[in-house]
Design a protein around this ligand. Sequence first.
Ligand SMILES: [Fe+2]
Ligand SMILES: [Fe+2]
Ligand SMILES: [Fe+2]
Length: 373
Amino acid sequence: MLFLPHPPTPFDLKELKAFYDSAHVAKGKTIRPLLEQYLYDWLRHEVHISGPWCAESFIAHTNEVLDAVAQSDSKLPKVLTNSRYPERAAKFFMVQCAGDFLSEASAMARNVLGNCGPHTSELFKILIDEYGYGVDKKKHSTLFEKMLKDMGMSHHAHHYWQFYTAGALSLTNYFHYVSANHSEFFRYIGALYYTEATLALTTHDQSEAFKTIFNGTVSTEYFDEHSHIDKYHGKMALERLILPMIESFGNTIIPDLIRGFEEFRLLQEIADEELYAHIKWHDELGEFRTRANSLHGKRPVDLTITEHEHELSVVHTHSNDELFWVESGELDFVTSPDLTVRLVAGEGIVIPKGMLHGTRIVSPSCTYNVTAI
Ligand SMILES: [Fe+2]
Ligand SMILES: [Fe+2]
Ligand SMILES: [Fe+2]
């Protein structure tokens, strides 16, 4: 993908050449299949596609899933509006979307070149909608940038990279994974159908939630545009892409179509739950500090670390709950772009498994320890 700096970030030709240096590209291409295998191979064991499939059973299955989404109350708007700090929760949601939406549909663009009959032309129609028909201010990523600006957030691509949850990152990476590897083209189309069809259903409530939370001061055009256009994109994906492709290529492609549809649905569910868990943990940070007091000193510590002023731990997660305790000095404990707490000697916090956090030392020296619980 092409990324050029937006003002006020200065343009630097040398930096551009270094960033896209062919040696880096070659390394990326070498490691990529290994990472993709590591990150997505589990889906093969998780999603089982059995039985003979035909166009009718494909439609019946996907309609059933999409009807259930249409009928159920979408949880996200409630989680945001019911948070103790709805604005902060909404901003954290925006961070999770930013990894994908600031270069929206760029994975799709990987699938429109080549020679595959009328199908790519139909996909191209969806792509040009996403890209605003060549009008920059109508481009979906530009609409999303506008929202970020209205919310006082950075609109620069990957500005918030440290704060992407693994689940949110897996969504955009999945699209690039199945788009860059053309053997997975039909999984891409299945996933595209799921996302276009469901976005049409969920973005209306998201728009309403943002209107409520920000009292109309934030443009909701991004969501409104999707509740309008994705009705068509969902229909186009089914009627102009999927069904004609089954007609051209036969039922043999259906398991991959279903696989993409189901895999993306599962990844989306995981990403949603991870987002809700983070919003809850941010809301309840005070309770987790209190819990640390009651656990402190009850178990031998696993690891003691001493760091100096300005040293930092890039935001990360752990696979079990952890007691984090400051022995001496002070640090900033960072959980989101909008939520940092200062912990001083004799203070700590319980970090639940999977929750993003990082630290920045703010005293000449600071010693802290961690204990798995
Ligand atoms: Fe879009
Ligand atoms: Fe769309
Ligand atoms: Fe940690």
